[in-house]
Ligand binder design. Structure first.
Ligand SMILES: Cc1ncc(COP(=O)(O)O)c(C=O)c1O
Length: 407
């Protein structure tokens, strides 16, 4: 097992803290904190603007960061666009399908088209498509989940048809922890000429993800869920698709030429990165990937697998219902659950009184919670710095909850 707790400064500040809310955001390793500090001490300059040495080095660092991210997720450099989080990424992708998007004509939606989503989506990969459907008249359809919350792929031909223009789905549910069987979905979509969009927000931090191998058309994730600062998202797009797209946010840094009447634009990725970038955060994402590479991707995955196996033992406690698969195959350590007779917020507060951070609520997945028949749940989610001893403590605390509340 890995032993990384000492590398995360927050645990020096709070030595007793057990942090199990990693799906919401991770803690940052000292390595990344040092990189951010170093950025402001010796590297701070805006990108794409100056021709003095500091600014030129900033441009080089931005290029380095892009290369690092591209290598990490199996993409080309011009296919990696920096946004502010996966939510902004998914919104930007959805704008690309509007009827008024100039050169995206062949893919712009009409009222005859359908957008396929799943019942397991985070609101960030649901509402942008709802709004796109409202604006274009296109119809929404959904892949259903099975009783354990896994996205069903047994009726793909029924749902993904010649009317389908977009199939947008999560790679990994932030509630059930289930890994989606992506290949059949992508193949079914491509067979009918639809564009595929992957919410990779929970998968990139926990799995080995290669966008080229997946043959996905668009994807996105957020840096803050993988040890980087807040404020950086990634938008991946196949270069042949990005070439067809007009910018969706206009302003400085993206132009080839501008007159008072009209403008033309540079190619991807800068074409889609209008305005000043969150450069220190992008820099921290490069450091976060270096940290992950230093620890070793396989080591991280193996470590989290062992934690997940242990975490799932909560199903043996009376009154606990896991919302998601109860076996550890094809899933990661995101475990949402309910405690019979105790409100999720009370459960989370009891954990907090024991210095254990878990999340309570609907986790931005109201439709999925409705399918499970509950308004909210408690969620524990693991990361590299958690230990088996912490999970033991978590389980012991959970076994006391109902007694504490007199249930
Ligand atoms: C699956 C999934 N998609 C999207 C998001 C939104 O992420 P962000 O708030 O970083 O945009 C989250 C965050 O929890 C998530 O888990």
């Amino acid at each position: 097992m890995l032993n990384l707790r000492d590398e995360f400064a927050i645990f020096r500040t709070y030595p007793d803290l057990i942090y199990l809310d990693n799906s919401t955001t991770t803690q940052r390793p000292q390595y990344v904190i040092d990189a951010i500090n170093d950025f402001f001490v010796s590297k701070n300059a805006n990108t794409g603007r100056g021709n003095y040495k500091l600014a030129e080095r900033a441009d080089q660092l931005l290029a380095d960061a892009r290369k690092k991210v591209a290598g990490f997720v199996g993409a080309d450099i011009n296919e990696i666009i920096f946004t502010s989080n996966v939510t902004s990424t998914l919104n930007l992708i959805s704008y690309a399908f509007l009827n008024d998007t100039l050169s995206f004509g062949p893919l712009a939606l009409t009222a005859a088209d359908e957008i396929v989503l799943t019942q397991a989506e985070h609101h960030a990969n649901l509402i942008p498509w709802q709004k796109l459907a409202h604006r274009t008249g296109a119809k929404l359809r959904w892949l259903k989940v099975d009783p354990s919350g896994r996205i069903r792929i047994d009726r793909l031909e029924e749902i993904i048809t010649s009317h389908t223009k977009i199939v947008a789905f999560t790679h990994l549910s932030n509630v059930t922890g289930a890994i989606t069987d992506v290949q059949p979905i992508i193949q079914a979509a491509h067979q009918v000429g639809a564009i595929t969009v992957l919410d990779a927000c929970q998968s990139v931090p926990h799995l080995n993800v290669n966008f080229h191998d997946l043959d996905i058309d668009f994807a996105g994730f957020s840096g803050h869920k993988m040890f980087a600062s807040f404020g950086t998202g990634v938008w991946y797009g196949k270069s042949e698709l990005l070439e067809q797209l007009q910018p969706v946010v206009y302003g400085g840094g993206i132009v080839e030429d501008v007159t008072l009447e009209t403008s033309s634009f540079v190619d991807s990725p800068l074409r889609f990165e209008s305005g000043t970038k969150n450069f220190d955060s992008i820099y921290s994402l490069m450091a976060a990937i270096e940290f992950i590479e230093h620890v070793g991707r396989t080591n991280l995955i193996d470590h989290e697998y062992a934690l997940t196996e242990k975490l799932l033992e909560i199903q043996n406690i009376d009154g606990i219902r896991i919302l998601g698969p109860t076996d550890h195959n094809n899933r990661i350590g995101v475990v949402a659950f309910t405690v019979e007779g105790v409100h999720p917020h009370d459960v989370a507060q009891f954990f907090d009184s024991q210095n254990i951070c878990v999340r309570a609520g609907h986790h931005c997945t109201k439709p999925l919670h409705r399918i499970f028949g509950v308004p909210a749940s408690v969620r524990a989610s693991v990361s590299a710095y958690n230990s088996l001893a912490e999970i033991d403590q978590f389980i012991e605390t959970l076994s006391k909850v109902r007694g504490f509340f007199g249930v």
